[in-house]
Design a protein around this ligand. Structure first.
Ligand code: NDP
Ligand code: X2W
Length: 350
């Protein structure tokens, strides 16, 4: 086994940061030497996240207090915009340090697409191009060596795991793809926002960013790569009143496949050796409750009553496979650990 890897976690007072620590403290090869925050800097972790008290973690500091040359890997759980700047600073100060970014800043390859959807040009198009897209099951070779691993968004993770093998095989059409998605409230982060207040999000379900969510172009980038052509998808997210979990329902046209059974066979073959991807039993309904707290993705395919179409359903935990768990999985690939290290936990049910 490789020696202990010295890690810094940026944004340790956020939800992805907390889940990265919950999982990461059990990793035999990870040593968290620095944890950073913004408004919470200076506080002990036990006051910010009492559930982590027994883990004996360092106190929170600002990013400026970290000596980057002392750190082998940086996990970044900062908002997009803030991430890109500090990541360039780290790589300039310490070129050997590897970055595993959970934010959106290094996912899009095309600089104009980035500027259009994120409202400002990227600070470093050069580093943007050197990043590997961190959808582990589909990009291991690049993840092994890239200086920056850009973990996918939570929605793209669920969508791409369910659709990429089908698109790659030509089994479904890339035209007329309609993706309906639902996320638990932690997807919006720990900061105070009116629409995530219990009184407003509880007992209520609503779509948001219809036709304008920034995960649309991210999904299109990766499906387009698998299809070898430009693709446009309809993507509609919804906020659902539960703390964690994400379910996507993709309504697709068949390509070369004749029915859902053939699509299931393609997915089962593509993921046969993957420890975290499970193709559900034939009539099993994927449920967020069946992946909660785990790094699992659960996928199934059903025939549509409309001839020539199928419905692909995927469930993940947005904070685990959708961010912190996938970040640790990518760390394992990049640093030569068994890929399941620290991620063996089964889902928490009920
Ligand atoms: N939540 C989710 O399900 C997913 C989130 N992501 C992405 O991961 C990243 C983190 O998300 P999440 O943990 O939910 O976010 P949170 O809002 O819960 O946490 C954000 C963290 O970043 C710190 N921070 C905020 N602004 C700054 C700044 N300007 N400079 C330095 N630190 C700052 C905060 O510090 P403090 O608390 O001290 O103010 C906090 O530690 C985001 O980019 C998000 O989009 C990706 C996939 C899924
Ligand atoms: C419920 C909710 O608000 N979810 C977030 C997605 C979380 C995520 O994956 O965000 P990044 O792309 O920034 O990493 C959203 O829709 O913006």
């Amino acid at each position: 086994m490789p020696a202990k890897v010295k890690a810094a976690l940026l944004g340790a007072s956020g939800y992805t940061g907390a889940d990265l620590l919950r999982l990461g403290v059990l990793h035999p090869g990870l040593d968290f030497v620095a944890l950073t925050a913004n408004t919470h800097a200076g506080k002990p972790m036990s006051s910010v996240f009492p559930h982590l008290s027994s883990a004996k973690l360092p106190d929170l500091v600002t990013n400026e207090a970290v000596e980057w040359t002392d750190v082998d890997v940086v996990f970044c759980g900062l908002p997009h915009g803030a991430s890109q700047k500090i990541i360039v600073e780290i790589l300039e100060a310490s070129p050997k340090t590897r970055i595993i970014d959970m934010s959106a800043d290094y996912r899009l390859r095309d600089v104009e697409t980035y500027a259009k959807w994120y409202g400002a040009p990227h600070v470093s198009p050069e580093w943007q191009k050197k990043a590997a897209y961190g959808l582990t099951e589909h990009n291991r070779d690049a993840i092994r060596t890239a200086p920056i691993i850009a973990c996918p968004g939570c929605y793209p993770t669920a969508v791409l795991l369910a659709l990429l093998p089908l698109v790659g095989a030509g089994a479904i059409s890339t035209e007329d793809m309609i993706i309906d998605a639902k996320s638990g409230i932690t997807g919006a982060g720990r900061g105070l926002k009116q629409n995530t207040l219990f009184a407003e999000a509880g007992e209520s379900l609503s779509p948001y960013s219809i036709g304008s969510h920034r995960h649309g172009p991210e999904i299109e980038q990766e499906i387009g790569k698998a299809a070898g052509a430009e693709v446009v998808v309809n993507f509609t997210p919804h906020l659902i009143p539960m703390s964690r979990g994400e379910l996507i329902t993709a309504h697709v046209r068949l390509g070369s496949a004749r029915n859902a059974a053939e699509l299931r066979d393609i997915l089962a073959a593509a993921y046969a050796d993957e420890p975290f991807i499970r193709i559900a039993g034939r009539s099993e309904m994927p449920a967020t409750g069946h992946v909660r707290g785990s790094n699992h993705a659960l996928i199934n395919v059903f025939d549509d009553r409309i001839p020539g179409r199928a419905i692909v359903v995927g469930a993940i935990d947005n904070l685990v496979k959708g961010s912190a768990g996938q970040a640790i999985q990518n760390f394992n690939v990049a640093f030569g650990f068994a890929e399941t290290t620290a991620l063996e936990a089964l889902p928490l049910f009920p």
